[in-house]
Design a protein around this ligand. Structure first.
Ligand SMILES: NC(=O)C1=CN([C@@H]2O[C@H](COP(=O)(O)OP(=O)(O)OC[C@H]3O[C@@H](n4cnc5c(N)ncnc54)[C@H](O)[C@@H]3O)[C@@H](O)[C@H]2O)C=CC1
Ligand SMILES: O=C(O)[C@@H]1CCC=N1
Length: 268
């Protein structure tokens, strides 16, 4: 896999910083990276000092421009970054909802990729869905693959509209899992467990279950679920509630649809 010659990161908040950390960990030469953020955190400043990437230097064309600002900031940000694009630059955007069309209307790039990572990227365990428009060359795809694989797995989709579905499932997904921890902990306190113990149990249960999934990639989630479930036992009693026709699956389907609709609404 090849890295781009030069890289400009626009927006170094939660996701931008995670990506940056992944590139540095993957051995990307820091002096080929320029990071732009009008409100750099102390941690980012310290990292710039430690690694030697440029923080808010004068704008110059970069081969890869990675956009990681809030979708609502696109108009304001795009107005000031045209000089980051040269004839051979490609744009890699992680903005929820903003389409290739939205981006092309505001930025002087023809090769445009839309990617949707997620917050486990902060520990190198993210997963990113990515779409490339027709103007993106194979070598640019390969460079995008390099950039995204620094923070976890990469899944390519061949239809742009699927990125909004990726956003709803894996982009926002970590929040659903963390909410499951909260819900499980609340159930525990309602059953009489001390709140702190209940939270520890819920958290460890999700951590351990995730680890089982990770270490046993050939065993399906359904099988792992069945392994917990003794016939006529306690788990079955709970699953009769969770897997009822009005249980967790239709709720998750509704939640995903709401997230996708919001992604579509952010377009423009
Ligand atoms: N947080 C998440 O779970 C995920 C977020 N995303 C997308 O990533 C993008 C960034 O989200 P977060 O990192 O969570 O937001 P954030 O608020 O942590 O980071 C945004 C950064 O952009 C900077 N910024 C504002 N104006 C700027 C400008 N003119 N030039 C350069 N930088 C500027 C801000 O100072 C801030 O550091 C969003 O578009 C979001 O849709 C994608 C996947 C997951
Ligand atoms: O909530 C959001 O809009 C962003 C996109 C995916 C995760 N966080």
């Amino acid at each position: 896999m090849t890295a781009p010659e030069t890289l400009a990161l626009v927006g170094a908040g939660k996701m931008g910083s995670s990506l940056l950390g992944g590139w540095l960990a993957a051995g990307f030469e820091p002096r080929r990276i320029s990071v732009y953020d009008p409100a750099p955190s102390d941690a980012l400043r310290a990292q710039a000092g430690k690694w030697g990437f440029a923080l808010n230097p004068a704008h110059a064309p970069a081969e890869a421009v990675v956009l990681a600002v809030k979708p609502q900031a696109l108009d304001a940000v795009a107005a000031g970054i045209a000089a980051l694009f040269g004839r051979d630059s490609f744009l890699l955007s992680i903005l929820a909802g903003k389409t290739v069309h939205n981006l092309a209307a505001r930025l002087p790039a023809s090769a445009i990729l839309r990617a949707m990572p997620n917050t486990p990227a902060a520990v190198g365990r993210g997963v990113t869905g990515v779409f490339a428009n027709e103007a993106t060359r194979p070598d640019q795809r390969e460079k995008a693959q390099f950039l995204l694989s620094g923070v976890g797995g990469v899944e390519w989709v061949e239809r742009e509209s699927l990125i909004d579905a990726v956003t709803a499932i894996s982009g926002s997904g970590p929040a659903y899992v963390f909410n499951l921890v909260e819900a499980l902990a609340e159930a525990g306190t309602q059953l009489g467990l001390p709140a702190d113990l209940s939270l520890r149990l819920a958290r460890a249960t999700v951590e351990g279950s995730g680890e089982l999934l990770r270490r046993q990639p050939d065993i399906s989630a359904a099988t792992l679920r069945k392994n917990v479930t003794s016939p006529g036992g306690t788990t079955q009693a709970a699953l009769d509630v969770l897997m009822a026709p009005d249980g967790l699956t239709p709720l998750m389907v509704r939640a995903g649809a709401a997230a996708r609709k919001r992604a579509e609404d952010l377009s423009g």
